[in-house]
Design a protein around this ligand. Sequence first.
Ligand SMILES: [Fe+2]
Length: 350
Amino acid sequence: MKSITRRVFLGTAAATAAVTLGQFGRREKVLAQTQEINLYSSRHYNTDNILYQNFTQETGIKVNLIEAGGDELIERIKSEGANSPADILLTVDVARLSRANQEGLFAPVSSPILTERIPANLRHSEGHWFGLSKRARVLVYNKQKVNPNELSTYEDLANPQWKGRLAVRSSDNTYNQSLVASLIAVHGEEKTLEWCKGIVANMARPPQGNDTAQIEAVAAGIADVAMTNHYYVANLGVSDEAAKRQVFEAVGLFFPNQGDRGTHVNVSGAGLIKTAPNPEGAILFLEYLTSDSAQKFFAEGNNEYPVVEGVPVSPIVAGFGEFKSDLANLQQFGDLLPRGVLLMDRAGWQ
Ligand SMILES: [Fe+2]
């Protein structure tokens, strides 16, 4: 596998300060050589497009955006083979990044900027992929029916106290798969199987719908508690539609496991494709996405958390308050994901 190494070495202080393209030592050379990059993305947020346009304005490098679902893009890159125009694969969860990596799609990237800017637990140890924004898997509860003092951990949701009270997404969803992988990492398979069985026993209805549908079920009183990525809650709160804002008003948000390892976080992230026709420009683009201004814009567009320390979050997310994140290395979840899916299946989690 070819290794792409950028010989750009900023001092630690410079790298941790605001990164701008002007600081890149090899910028001119890369810019002279690169007209465009091809970005395969499963993020469908309009604000991302503005960010890509800003990159083009700053660098003159055009970003050709190819959008589809994560699995679809992985299949497409595989079938395109050595002739794939893909430079970067950008996906919305670590499960897809791990899958793409297991398929051998990524090239190792060695970039001091990326390793300085992105915490080690949110990126692949050999630079195969990098987390670019964080999403917390939080609990939402019906404010009429649940006192937040009753909530504590993901583990607790498997207790009989919650029988018939949980709205849960199906087991084919990668967000829950990553959460189950995180539980295997902490508790092992046997206990995690018991947890999965407990969740199934406590479901208010068979799994159906996306994360937003779980929040709506809680707001409507169909269930009392649900697990969801935090930004779905935030996006309801800032919606133009009054009905969605009403859903937001009816639920409370709770960060589980604050007394132990912290709330499970996943990432939206990207990796350089092994056969990338424009690798240097692609790395420049990844580095750009970790600049303070890009991080703010990238994360705010979908109300996510920036991966770079000190970059502010959107007002509605700030309103959720500070919380402790599970600092487990996301890379290990990739290996545990297939085991997690098996356990969910054995527990009868549809
Ligand atoms: Fe999502």
